[in-house]
Each structure stands twice: as structure tokens, then as C-alpha cells.
Design a binder for this molecule. Sequence first.
Ligand code: UDX
Length: 458
Amino acid sequence: MKISIYGTGYVGLIAGVCFANIGHKILCYDVDQERINNLKLGKSVLYEQDFDKLLANALEKDNIYFTTNIEAAACFSNIHMMCVGTPSLNDGSANLTYLFSAVENLVFHSTEPTLIIIKSTVPVGTSILISNKVKELLLERKEIVSIDVVSCPEFLAQGEAVHNFMHPNRIIIGSDNLLAFEKVREIYEPIVRSQKGEAPPVLCMSPSSAELSKYASNLFLACKISFMNELSRIAEFTGANITEVINGMVSDKRIGPAMSHPGCGFGGSCFPKDLKALIHQSEINNYTPQLLHAVLDVNINQKKYFIERVFSLFNFDVKNKTIAIWGLAFKPNTDDLRESISCELVEELLVGGAIVQAYDPVAGNNAKKKFQSFKNFIICKSKEEALDKADLLAVMTEWPEFFCIDTELLKHSMNSPILFDGRNMYDPQEIKKSGVSYFAVGIGYIPANSPETLSNDN
Ligand code: UDX
């Protein structure tokens, strides 16, 4: 099948290369000329496992093309997938400018029956708004052509996007039109049939239900993380150990271990943005979503708390202190810095006059650009280099290479061996025994060789 894809961000590109690899013919459109030029040459524009390989393969098989010409995209096929960004505006609402602009341009050139599939995460009711807009535009053009609008939200997570796309948990198709539903189901048919285990369900529902399902899934996961983070604060002042508590919970199959790791808060391009968007949509409809507010507030407080604990160690004066940072990306296996808690900490440290020595396996270049105005920001080539004469080490992203920690090196290289664990990655007892001071949410601060530590050891 021939499909035009609008937007070459995470969702558009992953969908494009994955569909091209299962045999569809894809044309990806974007306004960003440099990005399109790079993609045409098979150059990597995002860090994602298997992506480069799949892009090269799709180009070689002549299954994927790239363009900045919207007319070419409109004429390439009669299936059009909208994957443009919907970033947060100041009031928390989703910015739909790019989506409407792509649809308007597409309709302007449409002369044949057309299917518009909305993959971008959009406020509930957007498919209906788009549908009405399409009718209005066709009326203006005095064009009689059938254009259907379907919602088909994407559930991929960065760092595992290709795998998520090729092995979906479910496919949701929001449409009131059976023919349109069948067309989208047909696009996914090879993916559904290729699953070795149970095939994922293909769920047909109304466009608004599909749009709300996307928010509901993301926000439920965000809620689970905020719940664990709130518990971690309670564990700290009650003397419970959060890791033990969570282990006690997640062995209940109804709860499960996924998305239950406490830490310095969640970031990324989805959870914070989607929370704000659904809160905004509720409030303009005179409903106060108390739980969603709480999920967002707990997250804001969690990162504030972690950052404050770092600063409190220096009596809130970090000037000329050297801080080592391991991990800058908002999660492992991506170079994405959007809503990264690590970057928030780094920025506060830099503004406070600290010298930041940071290391990230892949996000270093992006961070260099982000903090280019700060002379006191140093990107290091290795996690070991970042430790040199540091007064504190904060581990902010759970990259696999950080799980292996040489506490002897910490003691040898740092001015003072203090470890702040933003992702609850280490065994506090082991770190304590090694003579390194340790802090993690839900565990609290354990100074090395404190009397309490010694008596606990005995
Ligand atoms: C999320 C959803 O998982 C995905 O289904 C949806 O399509 C897009 O939004 P993503 O933002 O890429 O994906 O990453 P995810 O793995 O969900 O992590 C989001 C944030 O939560 C990260 O900052 C991560 O560090 C944090 N997190 C995750 C926790 O703090 N604890 C956890 O247990 C899991």
C-alpha cells in the first residue's frame, strides 16, 4: 500500500521505516529541508535501536522516499498519516497549528477519495474538528471528493520504539466508518499476522474514544510512577525501604513491576505534555481533574525535592563546587533531552556557579548545544572522566553502563565521594559499606561511616 506520512519526528519516522520494511511504499514529508536531505542520504537523524538499519534497508528496497513538497505528498497516495508534533502551549493546551496546516495543504491538492489517519497525540474531539474543517475546505473549493478522518494513536516508547511498533500491545482505530476502519486494519495486517505469540487486538471505537484511550494509557502509567514516587517520600520519613516496599507490591499480578521505579521524576516528550493537555481540556469544560493535577504536582515536587537535596548538601551555595553528572537524556537508549530532569538539575547548578562535568553515552552533543552559553559546563568522554575532583556525583539516567559502579574509583577520583542516585539503581547497603555517602529517594541520605551506619553494620 502507498502511504504519505506527515512529520518526521519519532512517530512519523518510526512508522515510516517500519511500514516500509514490511513492504508498504512510503513518502515522508517534512518542512525541515536539512532533515529531509539527510534522510534521503540514509543519514541518522534520531538515536533509536535498529532505526539506521531499517532506514538503510527501506532505501535500498526503494520503499521509502522523502520530500519537502506537500503537493508531492498529497499526490503520492490516497492514505495520509498525520504524525506532526503537538507541543504544549503556555496554557498547557496542545498546539494543533502544524496538524491543521498539513491537513489544509493536503485537502487543497486532493482530487481523489482520501483517508486521513491521525497518529499525533491530540485533544479529544480533534478528529471531528479535522473532519469538519475538511468539509468546509472542500465546500470552499467546490470539490466533491470523499475524505475520511480516522484516529489511530501511536503507543511507542522512545528507546524501544522500533520493537514497540513491530510488536504492538494493541492497535486502536477510531472511526465511525467501517470501510475506513478496514483500510487502516489492512495497513497493519502484516504486523498483526507476523506476531509469534498472540496477535494483538485490533480495536475499533469512535474517534473520540481512540483519542482519549491514548491519553488514558499514558496518564495511567504516569500515575503509577507518581504513586511510587509519593510512596518513596513516605518511606523516607517512616524509615521503610522503598525498594522493599515496591517489591512487596509488584509481586501482586494485578499491580505488576512495569513503570513502578521511583526516582527523581518522569520526563520526556509525552507524560508531562499529555498531562497538561488533558488537564487543560478538562478545565475548559469546567471539570477539575484532581487526580491528574496530583500526578503532575507529585512529579514537579519530586524533581524539586531531589534538586534541593543536592543543593542542601552545600548549604545551598554551589558556587565553584564540581558536580559530576552521569546521564543527561530523559531516559536510557535515547539522546532526547526533552523534559529531562537531569538537564533541570544541570541548569540550576550552572546558574548557581557550579562546575558541571557531565557524561552521557549518546546525549552529550545535544547537551553541549543546549548549555553552550555556560562556560562551566563540561562534557566528558567517559563516566570515569566526569568524576575527576568532583564534590558530588548525581546519576540521573539509568544507562546500563552506570549500573556497574567502581566505588574505589569514586573515593580515589572525587574530592568527596558522595553519590546521589536519581534512579534508585544501587544497593544502599553495598554503597554504604564501601565508604561512599549515598542518597536516593525513599532511602534518604546515608553518610559514609556515620555512627548509625556503623551500628547498623555491627
Ligand atoms: C511514554 C509511554 O511509555 C509510551 O507508551 C507512549 O507512547 C509515549 O510516552 P516515553 O515517554 O518514550 O513513552 O518513555 P517511558 O519509558 O514511558 O518513560 C517516561 C518517563 O518516565 C522517563 O523519564 C522515565 O525515566 C520515567 N519512568 C519510567 C520512571 O520514572 N519510572 C518508571 O518505572 C518508568
